[in-house]
Design a protein. Structure first.
Length: 280
């Protein structure tokens, strides 16, 4: 019986069912995780259904923000970021949290063996993913968070709130086409995080000047998108340590599983389930 679900619009591409059911099966709990397309206007009805029938939900685009007024409780960090990707449902009570920041932190550790504490970050993008992860990284001890975004006001709102909450943190904002400023930032960066939706399609333009990823750079490049994007290819070609978003997805899913079940997530099995699952 389906007790857990990922919802989004679209959702057919999601590999979360393969990844989560691998974890449930490892613990002999069957395959209780499904996927459902929920359009924005259907979200209130879905939440009413989930309240009665489900134990947990993962949310993806476009529901991470819209769900907040519909649920009973939101963890402070998720409220701060304005982004919820996991619902925990118990006796009709729905609590929302975000595991995206945890997912990014653990993906960086596993990919690059470099800790977040003391790290200097440069984000491209200021949408839901950047929002949720930037606050988590600041809480985890980042030393600098600089954000370049097309709509620079959105980057500004995140930076202002980060500076308010973390007085010692270096923050700055720019537009992605301010190449000279970005060049300056990147000379003082440990991790460049690509968090726009550009790169999901082959024909997308690069979110920043690709030459900013120059041979001899000292930073690691992480693209939150879990396909090979042109910037990821560029980073690899010039010898910058680089990774795509697969491990972030796996670790955020592992954290959701642990919150729902109280069991240790079998990360290796989840990784295999993620890779082998063929969405319809
Ligand atoms: N690996 C993982 O576990 C994971 C988890 C969450 C998200 N993600 C990835 O993160 C990415 C962003 O997701 P999100 O939830 O943050 O989406 P979102 O809230 O819709 O934000 C989209 C971001 O992309 C920028 N953008 C979109 N089109 C653009 C264009 N034509 N030119 C310049 N900038 C553009 C937006 O800039 P404006 O603010 O100017 O509109 C914004 O910064 C997605 O690709 C998603 O796949 C990965």
């Amino acid at each position: 019986m389906i007790k857990y679900m990922v919802i989004g619009d679209p959702v057919a591409h999601s590999r979360s069912p393969g990844m989560q059911n691998a974890a449930f099966e490892f613990h002999h709990l069957g395959s209780p995780y499904g996927a459902r397309r929920v359009r924005p206007e259907e979200l209130p009805d879905f939440i009413a259904f989930a309240r009665k029938n489900l134990a947990g939900v993962n949310l993806t685009v476009p529901h991470k923000q819209a769900v907040i007024p519909l649920i009973d409780e939101v963890d402070p960090a998720a409220r701060q970021a304005g982004s919820v990707n996991t619902l925990l449902i118990e006796a009709g009570h729905i609590r929302g949290t975000s595991t995206d920041g945890y997912g990014l932190e653990h993906a960086l550790l596993e990919n690059f063996h470099r800790p977040v504490r003391g790290g200097r970050f440069c984000f491209i993008g200021a949408g839901g993913a950047a929002h949720a992860t930037a606050f988590h990284l600041a809480d985890a001890g980042a030393a600098a968070i600089r954000i370049a975004n097309r709509t620079v006001e959105k980057a500004g709102r995140i930076a202002d709130r980060l500076a308010e909450l973390h007085p010692g943190l270096t923050v700055a904002v720019a537009r992605p086409d301010e190449t000279a400023k970005l060049e300056e930032w990147l000379a003082d960066t440990d991790f460049l995080i690509q968090a726009t939706s550009l790169g999901l399609r082959d024909e997308d333009p690069a979110p920043i000047e690709p030459e900013l990823l120059a041979p001899g750079s000292n930073f690691c490049f992480f693209d939150t998108i879990y396909r090979e994007t042109p910037l990821l290819r560029r980073a690899c070609a010039v010898g910058i340590p680089a990774a795509g978003g697969e491990l972030m997805l796996i670790h955020q899913g592992a954290k959701s599983f642990e919150l729902w079940t109280g069991l240790e997530a079998p990360v290796e099995q989840m990784r295999r389930g993620f890779r082998e699952y063929r969405p319809c």
